[in-house]
Design a protein around this ligand. Structure first.
Ligand code: OOG
Ligand code: MG
Length: 262
């Protein structure tokens, strides 16, 4: 760790305030170029602690920057991990209020719920497949708190990987009834196709993203508990949205998830 405790607490407050007041900030590595990975996750952990202390429940874990399209779009090369809280969840078909957000983008996400704990190191696709209870489709609304959505990995980790809103819906399926790699995803904005891909875009296999999360947590003495909801990361690049936009994401075998922005 390169930052002291007070700096970590201050940066967590700074970033969470930007989230809650929907205003952007400059990326924190500009001011703290020496911060390390442990600092970045410590800031994110403090944001989680602040939310839980206010009674907001942590309801899921997210993998980010797991697809080649996303890595290329954001100019980075390793995945990041974050969490989602109860107040970020919206029902299917919901209108998402853009005035509560800075510059939202949507992502199509293949999501899983586990039935057994997963603990790294050494977690792999096979272990993840055995631990998945069911698969379901989701759409994540990301909203980086950094100006113009420009950041480096440490800054985005501290900012809870741009977590903002999410919608899960469609049809839940048993993992043996779908092929996660060839599962096709078509994203439509206002009735026009804007992106498409297949599950293999996510680290070759969406379960590999869950394994990477388990190994990341394992290195910190933590595990993915049974019953966890996990978003495996945007399959395509993220698409910017504004008030009036309607998004529908069609997932092969898993139905459609739609939402609108108001
Ligand atoms: C970071 C979060 C990325 C994903 O699914 O790749 C993410 C960002 O691009 O702002 O959630
Ligand atoms: Mg995402």
């Amino acid at each position: 760790m390169a930052l002291d405790k007070n700096t970590i607490l201050g940066l967590a407050e700074h970033l969470e305030t930007a989230e809650l007041q929907a205003h952007d900030v400059t990326k924190i590595t500009d001011e703290y170029p020496d911060m390390d990975w442990a600092d970045a996750y410590a800031i994110q952990d403090e944001i989680r602690r602040r939310k839980e202390a206010r009674g907001q429940k942590t309801v899921g874990l997210k993998c980010g920057l797991t697809s080649f399209a996303k890595m290329k779009q954001m100019g980075v090369d390793v995945p990041v991990f974050g969490f989602v809280s109860d107040y970020m969840s919206r029902p299917e078909g919901a209108a998402i209020a853009v005035k509560e957000l800075i510059h939202p983008k949507v992502e199509a996400e293949i999501c899983v719920v586990t039935k057994a704990p997963l603990r790294g190191p050494g977690c792999h696709v096979g272990a993840v497949m055995a631990a998945i209870d069911f698969v379901l489709p989701g759409v994540e609304v990301i909203d980086s708190r950094y100006r113009d959505f420009k950041f480096d990995l440490k800054s985005v980790i501290a900012d809870n990987t741009s977590a903002s809103r999410f919608v899960v819906g469609g049809r839940a399926r048993n993992v043996e009834d779908v092929d996660l790699r060839t599962l096709g995803v078509v994203m439509e904005k206002n009735g026009k196709i804007v992106a498409m891909a297949a599950g293999a875009a996510v680290l070759g296999h969406p379960a590999a993203a869950v394994a990477a999360l388990a190994n990341h947590l394992g290195a910190r003495g933590q595990e993915i508990p049974a019953g966890s909801f996990i978003m495996t990361g945007g399959v395509t690049e993220a698409i910017a949205v504004q008030a009036g936009d309607h998004i529908a994401v069609r997932f092969q075998d898993l139905g459609t998830v739609s939402l609108r922005f108001a």
